[in-house]
Write a protein that binds this ligand. Structure first.
Ligand SMILES: *Cc1c(COP(=O)(O)O)cnc(C)c1O
Length: 360
């Protein structure tokens, strides 16, 4: 007799591990484990969510036209090539469901974001990993790993958890080398932290097999609202729209995102403070002999001498009420990923690190 069983690949999925959010017995935890905006959301975004709450008995819009228009306006994009998702995770997942299946390969890099193998396996496809070079995406290794079966390539730029990024010339070389039979997905979750970087939008517009994803969870400080978006050729948007739930975006999510994207002053301020504080955090760590690459995002990957030291540092930070992220699952047992906080948070991190280093 046939028993009920999930589709192939599903039971191979390792559950996503999020950043911890509390420490037993500590009330004012400094959470630097999930790359959230330490300043919270912008005031207008919070007000828009509150104002929208009076209409909670109404179904939300299906086409998300007002928020797509706002995004198109602010970023100078075509609203008809934008799709809204429940976080950019939903867009990444829809792409895998629509374009990959059994026998297909989904390619990403050595230290790539842990959602990529999850969405690949959920679609029944086979995850394939290309090596990086000194914690940076290696365009030649990615191109070399493409086979006739490759359907999707996920590249985060800047990348998580390394914080490194490819310059536009390398991204263009990558896009040029990807065959028509394969989609290149540029995950721009941290694009707003890089002054002048379009997240790959120009590559989307110049080709028919490049997609960009973006999120409101990082610089916009709206991780709890769950809003992301994708920018893709019209034919791909049309495919994704057939599969996404018609009411995937809640009324509150749509209202908050629209107000947030229009508050460009808030984004500019957050980018500027992040750049300053990231430099202070990076410099301070290096001064203590802790290696870190130049980060282009809102976190720094601090590499210790070995796994034991990274584990001890994470535990010590916890005793000081500070949560940072162990990244063993990403192939960095000797490292901690530390979100860039407010100036006073960075000072607290550097002080705690100096104390920790003084103890060992
Ligand atoms: C945080 C993050 C996302 C965003 O996920 P959401 O679902 O939009 O919250 C996407 N990609 C990477 C690499 C990230 O670090």
């Amino acid at each position: 007799m046939r028993v009920i069983a999930p589709q192939p690949g599903i039971l191979d999925i390792a559950l996503y591990q999020g950043g911890a959010s509390h420490i037993d017995g500590v009330t004012d935890v400094l959470k630097l484990s999930s790359n959230e905006n330490p300043f919270g959301p912008s005031g207008p975004a919070t007000e828009a969510v509150q104002a929208a709450a009076v209409n909670l008995h109404r179904y939300p819009s299906i086409d998300h036209a007002p928020v797509r228009a706002a995004i198109a306006d602010v970023h100078g994009l075509d609203p008809d090539r934008i799709i809204m998702g429940v976080g950019s995770d939903e867009i990444l997942s829809l792409l895998a469901l629509c374009y990959a299946g059994e026998g297909d390969e989904v390619l990403y890099t050595e230290h790539g974001f842990s959602i990529y193998p999850i969405v690949a396996r959920a679609a029944g496809a086979t995850p394939v990993v290309a090596q990086e070079k000194d914690r940076v995406v290696d365009v030649d290794a990615v191109l070399g790993a493409i086979t006739g079966e490759t359907r999707l390539i996920y590249i985060a730029n800047p990348a998580n958890p390394t914080g490194t990024m490819l310059p536009m010339s390398e991204l263009a070389r990558l896009a040029d080398g990807v065959p028509e039979s394969c989609l290149l997905v540029l995950d721009g979750a941290y694009a707003e932290f890089v002054d002048g970087y379009d997240g790959g939008a120009s590559l989307v517009e110049a080709r028919n097999n490049v997609v960009m994803t973006r999120t409101f969870s990082k610089i916009y400080g709206l991780g709890g609202l769950r809003v992301g978006w994708g920018y893709a050729p019209r034919a791909i948007i049309d495919v994704l729209n057939r599969v996404r739930g018609p009411f995937n975006m809640s009324l509150l999510a749509l209202a908050g995102a629209e107000a947030a994207v229009r508050d460009t002053d808030f984004v500019d301020t957050c980018r500027r403070v992040n750049t300053e504080e990231r430099a202070r955090l990076t410099g301070g760590l290096r001064q203590m002999g802790i290696a870190c690459d130049d980060s282009f995002a809102n976190f720094v990957l601090a590499r210790f001498g070995d796994e034991a030291e990274a584990t001890a540092a994470e535990a010590y930070f916890k005793t000081q009420g500070i949560l940072v992220r162990l990244v063993k699952g990403y192939g960095f047992p000797e490292a901690l990923r530390i979100t860039v906080g407010r100036p006073e948070d960075v000072t607290r991190v550097l002080d705690a690190m100096a104390e920790f280093r003084g103890m060992v």
